[in-house]
Design a binder for this molecule. Sequence first.
Ligand SMILES: NC(=O)c1ccc[n+]([C@@H]2O[C@H](COP(=O)([O-])OP(=O)(O)OC[C@H]3O[C@@H](n4cnc5c(N)ncnc54)[C@H](OP(=O)(O)O)[C@@H]3O)[C@@H](O)[C@H]2O)c1
Length: 211
Amino acid sequence: MKQRKIAVLGGGGRTGKYLVNHLINEGFQLKVLLRHPKQFLIQSQQIEIVKGDATHHESVRQLVEGCDAIISVVGQRPGEPLVASRATQNLLDSMNESGIKRLISLAGLNVDAPSDRKGKETLMGTEWMKANYPEIHADRQKSYALLEQSPVNWTLVRVPFIEFQEASGELAVNLKDCPSGKINSGSLAIFLVDQLFDESYCRKAPFVASV
Ligand SMILES: NC(=O)c1ccc[n+]([C@@H]2O[C@H](COP(=O)([O-])OP(=O)(O)OC[C@H]3O[C@@H](n4cnc5c(N)ncnc54)[C@H](OP(=O)(O)O)[C@@H]3O)[C@@H](O)[C@H]2O)c1
């Protein structure tokens, strides 16, 4: 599978920086959607910056043009309009228009999938999100429903608390329950990029965490 030009959403965020650096180190060409390009400090000739907003269809259309696959690590900013479901809808529409087949997206362990068998810790995390951020949780759930209804090869990677540090240790992947309460961003970036060439979790929402 030839997937060398990758569209990235959320590349200026905490996880996003690890993702962008890993993609660069692996030799990919990137298009990175940024609302505030001046705040983005990673410099590389492999990066093309697209200024825009994930909730705007035209921005997303411009971003994915000429790309082979998409990785989204967009996260909700406090006090801003809900981003997850609108970004997902824009991505699916743009993929339909451009023929791109592969979408890898990141979310929290609070998202529910029908085949889940969440254990006590994962259920506690889910209930905490539902109680404290009901609209954000519902929007994430809507985003998952959009993916499920779509024809594309999506993977929704669900993770617990992210520790922002370089890759270390091993990851566990489980389709029913989250393997642990944390993951480091370096290892997560590697997992996300590996999914570009691995069909094991196509149209699935694996939990991924450090062991
Ligand atoms: N942090 C955790 O412990 C944790 C745990 C579980 C799951 N997650 C999930 O992992 C993902 C990444 O988390 P993070 O903590 O790395 O996120 P983060 O540091 O808050 O970064 C979020 C990124 O999304 C971008 N963004 C937000 N709204 C946007 C919009 N409308 N258009 C374009 N870009 C937009 C932000 O850009 P700006 O700079 O322009 O705002 C930023 O680059 C999120 O989906 C989050 O829910 C995080």
